[in-house]
Design a protein around this ligand. Structure first.
Ligand code: SAM
Ligand code: SF4
Length: 457
């Protein structure tokens, strides 16, 4: 497939121009229609991306909250990143790991060190890891990732490892699949070719097309959960968000599998970054708009938010449609055991521990989930989407969130978190409509109290 057909820049520009012409009544109609949870077209998304009126925006935010609640309930999935290396042969202008940064303390963790990191993450109470890899083929080649994934599954009670790594050939993706990774995540950074070229002046990442087609090779290798996104701030967010949706639509139409997740990283200051300022700043209000447009357009795709964002905004975005967040994160290899700020990729903004985060999530009426069941019960890719679209996924998610949160509280919760968490669990149990499932969940909760682990539907 001609990659210019996957992301049609001219078409995106036309849609965005047309989007400006919509009347307030037309915009409101699209927002109302989105509440059916069937998703929206690219034309409609382009119109929503052009909203500037605060009153109309607040209607869109209400719709995003409604859809989030209807599809995901009040669950929030929690994970932690694990950086395996900060050695990199690329020179992405915005990243602290770029090869030209001579100030960075470089380090690639050995397999044993990676397992120690995973154990430190596990001690916080996590069950899901996102393994984030540098891009130096001599150090962080596929075998390094494969060995790390296998060793962590064996050496720590981590139940799902997602991977964020450089694009690779199908044979290498097959090795990742065989090692048992969950989602393969890769960000195009910007879909705007000219900007992409400027931001990635050298190294293998300079190849836009090879990166764009990575998820198709992953799919060919049998990895049907893939995550995409752009680095917000590199180019006009309207263009890049619409392009992300175009990429998602292309995958859905051609392979019948849309992205499992879309991430929304926003550019952060990085040690020795080559960018003196953010080229296209994204305000907090723009950021809320982006989350809402994704939620309305692709309601069944998870939205991932990281600790790049400050605490108050993160709390707010949970209501607008974010379905997964990281907590207690470190962005330097080895950071969970010893913190070296001269080795981090970028500055994180939300430094709260997982335990603190869990309290805030409960206080805001959300149910933290450490569930990893779908992947292990083969509910992935198209099978997952089918269940999600019929809203059946809710029947698994709710009890699984309750059970996994309970397990976290029993083993890791502080007294304060336990008190708030137990209250939340009681409240959530009442929401299970199916009496049989409710009863079974109550029984399993008792078993977890007695020390049993890893119970799920
Ligand atoms: N090296 C691989 C790559 O570039 O795809 C995988 C890991 S890279 C460390 C993960 C992501 O970090 C990048 O895709 C980019 O979006 C993000 N990133 C890099 N520099 C950043 C910055 N200054 N602020 C926020 N996110 C950044
Ligand atoms: Fe290397 Fe990835 Fe950072 Fe680019 S974004 S410099 S490829 S680690």
């Amino acid at each position: 497939m001609d990659t210019y057909q996957i992301i049609q820049e001219d078409q995106i520009e036309v849609l965005l121009e047309e989007g400006k012409k919509a009347s307030k009544a037309e915009v409101m109609e699209i927002i109302e229609k989105s509440r059916d949870c069937y998703g929206l077209s690219l034309e409609e998304a382009a119109i929503l991306l052009q909203i500037e009126d605060d009153e109309v925006l607040s209607h869109m935010f209400d719709a995003a909250r409604y859809i989030k609640e209807k599809i995901y309930g009040n669950r929030i999935v929690i994970f932690a990143p694990l950086y395996t290396s900060n050695e990199c042969t690329n020179n992405c202008l915005y990243c602290g790991f770029r090869v030209a940064n001579k100030q960075l303390h470089r380090r690639t963790l050995g397999v044993e060190e990676i397992v120690h990191e995973a154990q430190a993450i596990e001690k916080q109470g996590h069950k899901r890891i996102l393994m984030v890899c540098g891009e130096d083929h001599r150090k962080t080649h596929v075998q390094h990732i494969v060995d790390a994934v296998k060793a962590v599954y064996q050496g720590a009670d981590i139940r799902r490892i997602n991977v964020n790594a450089a694009p690779m050939p199908v044979e290498d993706f097959k090795k990742l699949k065989e090692a048992g990774i969950g989602t393969f995540q890769i960000f195009q950074e910007t879909y705007h070719r000219e900007t992409y070229k400027k931001m990635h002046p050298s190294g293998s990442k300079a190849d836009y097309d090879y990166r764009l087609t990575a998820i198709e090779r992953a799919l060919e290798a049998g990895i049907d959960d893939f995550g995409i996104g752009v680095l917000l701030g590199l180019y006009d967010y309207r263009f890049d968000v619409l392009a992300t949706l175009m990429h998602a639509q292309y995958m859905d139409e051609r392979y019948s599998v849309g992205p499992h997740t879309i991430s929304i990283p926003r550019l952060r200051p990085a040690l020795d970054s080559a960018l003196s300022e953010t080229p296209y700043p994204v305000s907090d209000q723009d950021f809320r708009k982006i989350v809402a447009v994704y939620r309305l357009t692709v309601p069944y795709t998870g939205i991932i938010l990281s600790t790049r964002e400050k605490a108050e905004l993160r709390d707010e975005l949970l209501n607008l449609g974010v379905s997964q967040i990281s907590a207690g994160s470190k962005t330097n290899p080895g950071g969970y055991e010893e913190d070296d700020r001269e080795a981090t990729q970028f500055e994180t903004s939300d430094e709260r521990s997982l335990d603190e985060m869990l309290q805030v999530i409960c206080e805001q009426g959300h149910l933290p989930s450490f569930c990893t069941a779908c992947y292990r019960a083969n509910r992935t890719g198209a099978a997952f989407m089918e269940l999600a679209k019929d809203a059946h996924i809710h029947e698994f998610c709710q009890p699984n969130a309750i059970l996994t949160f309970k397990e976290n509280l029993v083993h890791f919760g502080s007294e304060e978190t336990k008190a708030k968490g137990e209250q939340m669990i009681d409240q959530e149990l009442e929401k299970i409509d199916n009496d049989k499932v409710k009863k079974e969940t109550q029984e399993r909760l008792k078993r977890i109290e007695k020390g049993e682990r890893d119970l799920y539907f």
